[in-house]
Design a protein around this ligand. Structure first.
Ligand code: PEP
Ligand code: MG
Length: 585
């Protein structure tokens, strides 16, 4: 059958911005059926050693991958390093390895079949636990098992080598480890059937700057893709196979426009984030990994508006002590050279898990409503004490603010403030270098109850930070990580907007500043509305920073205020969406 060369447009999720045009290359990633045969009792030992040598080869392969990934950009190298470490750990004395050795013996079957059985058993057990963290481990078990099966069956590694330079990789699925091997100079774009916006593959593609569209409906099974031209539009989330001359011309123009827009953004990096009429706005960056501080300085941020300290506690089996936390925090404060750093105390719980604290947080039906963030910190004051001491000592190196996550009542802030004062006095008595005055202590407004009692919280807080990721989740009762209800997650719901307005109003009356550090602040579509409502401080991911700065600089306050009034007069979400979209990004 000759390939179908008609133009075809397939929709998916755009996870990495940019437009790629190039020859389409269909990568076959599916593993063939695993054969099963009987092993005589006398040959069991030999079969077990065949398996052990495959384990050793897999360790070597992973070691090589790790070496290659060290040359990737920092966040990508870190991300993939953690993943490869998890895979390596699964190859030594794990349930997988022990289970396979045992099955070869008890069932008298060949190694590759034994791996498949154990993989099935483990993933079934993991799935039954219905725990998000463990569910993520299923991918790891499958990836390691498939690697071992491929080695045992002598199958070649996936044929990324055969992709022509500048090619677009079409695949059912690409593992993060494979993505890490993709040199952005060589691979123009990626489109896959599986994968979601928050998965590791998406994160890798973004860090490498390779345009990608995931979750494309059945596209790759189509014989028409391979060998023709493809366009990956990572902005709109579209894959076009065999584009017509007209479509090609249109996308080449869009590609040029995107490049020009990027060049324009580079030009404003060192300009202030002020509105067209001179109204001053502070634009800071969110930080997860301390090593990103340098990139944040380069992006032209006015400081760090949210340092999520929980990342210092994740992907490790022991807790970092005061000294280790101090070192990381002080390094970031020093790197920011006089620009302020807002440290948020630990926000573990919900979907964020630290292995070393596993036993502290009981299994819960609704973890997002359970022991999380400030609730956990107040229950474990020794933990909060170490964090406060590290933050206060880091404050000796430059301006610091301290922020409390998931606050519900003023009493929680008062308890934390009391502990902070005690830590400050203790450190001074010990002769440790700390600033004379206490750093400002702020409250995250991310629970509807907190927004509705913003006046009482303002009385005990030096500043507010709007955590819209959680505020939306709790207001409209939509799990922020659940893709089944993702379409209903709407920051423009009038209930959310009223809570934001109420918070800004209470803060204005109390004379304290408010920033936004949820993702809503990083979408230029919402910038005029937020400015119009009175917000003057933004903290966004460093990748979104130039675009938000550009939007702020393009707006006049009077227009933003009129726009906000028009929005707040409405109570129909569809109408609000139409007004916001009409105003534009
Ligand atoms: C938020 O909820 O908006 C926020 C910034 O905190 P996190 O995303 O870490 O929960
Ligand atoms: Mg939050």
């Amino acid at each position: 059958m000759s390939p179908d060369r008609r133009e075809k447009t397939l929709r998916g999720i755009g996870v990495s911005h940019g437009i790629a045009i190039g020859p389409a290359f269909l990568v076959q990633l599916e593993r063939p059926r695993v054969p099963e045969w009987k092993i005589a009792a006398a040959d069991v030992k030999a079969e077990q050693s065949r398996f052990q040598s495959a384990v050793m080869s897999a360790q070597t392969e992973l070691g090589e991958l790790k070496e290659q990934s060290a040359h990737l950009p920092e966040t990508a190298a870190e991300e993939i390093g953690l993943l490869l470490d998890a895979h390596l750990a699964m190859l030594s004395g794990s349930r997988l390895v022990r289970g396979v050795l045992k099955r070869i013996e008890t069932e008298g079957i060949n190694a590759e079949a034994a791996i498949e059985h154990v993989m099935q058993e483990l993933t079934d057990q993991f799935r039954a636990l219905k725990d998000k963290y463990i569910a993520a481990r299923i991918d790891d078990v499958e990836a390691v098992s498939n690697r071992l099966i491929r080695i045992l069956m002598n199958l070649p590694y996936i044929a990324l080598d055969s992709v022509p330079p500048g090619g677009i990789v079409l695949a059912k699925e690409i593992s993060p480890a494979d993505t890490a091997l993709m040199d952005p100079k060589r691979f123009a774009g990626i489109a896959t059937v599986h994968g979601g916006a928050a998965g590791h593959t998406a994160v890798m593609a973004r860090s490498l700057g390779i345009p990608a569209v995931l979750s494309v409906d059945g596209a790759m099974l189509d014989s028409g893709g391979h060998g023709g031209t493809a366009i990956v539009d990572g902005v709109a989330g579209v894959l076009i196979l065999n584009p017509s001359e007209e479509t090609l011309a249109e996308y080449r123009a869009r590609q040029r426009a995107l490049q020009n827009a990027r060049d324009d953004l580079d030009k404003i990096i060192h300009l202030p984030a002020e509105m067209a009429d001179g109204t001053a706005v502070s634009l800071r960056a969110n930080l997860e990994l301390p090593r990103d501080a340098e990139a944040i300085v380069q992006s032209g941020a006015d400081g760090i508006g949210l340092f999520r300290t929980e990342f210092l506690f994740m992907n490790r089996s022991t807790l970092p002590d005061e000294e280790e936390q101090y070192e990381s925090m002080a390094a970031v404060v020093r790197a920011m050279a006089g620009r302020s750093v807002t440290f948020r105390t630990l926000d573990i719980g919900g979907d964020k898990i630290a292995r070393a604290m596993g036993a502290w947080i009981a299994e819960a039906t609704n973890p997002a409503l359970g022991l999380r963030a400030i609730r956990l910190s107040l229950k474990r004051p020794e933990l909060l004490t170490e964090q406060f001491r590290a933050m206060l000592r880091a404050a000796a190196h430059g301006p610091v603010r301290i922020l409390l996550p998931m606050v519900t009542t003023a009493e929680e802030v008062e308890q934390a403030a009391q502990l902070l004062r005690r830590c400050h006095a203790d450190l001074k008595a010990e002769g440790k270098a700390v600033p004379e005055a206490l750093p400002p202590l702020g409250t995250m407004i991310e629970i509807p109850a907190a927004a509705l009692s913003a006046d009482s919280l303002a009385a005990v807080s030096d500043f507010f930070a709007l955590g819209t990721n959680d505020l939306v989740q709790y207001t409209v009762a939509i799990d922020r990580g659940n893709d089944q209800v993702a379409a209903l997650y709407n920051p423009l719901n009038p209930a959310v907007l009223r809570l934001i307005e109420f918070t800004l109003e209470a803060a204005r009356r109390a004379g304290i500043p408010v920033s936004i550090c949820g993702e809503m602040g990083a979408d230029p579509l919402y910038t005029p509305l937020l400015l119009g409502l009175g917000l003057r401080e933004f903290s966004v991911g460093s990748a979104a920073l130039p675009r938000i700065k550009q939007r702020i600089r393009s707006l006049r306050l009077a227009d933003a205020e009129a726009h906000a009034r028009a929005v707040m007069d409405q109570y129909d979400p569809a109408q609000i969406k139409a007004i916001v979209e009409q105003f534009g990004a």
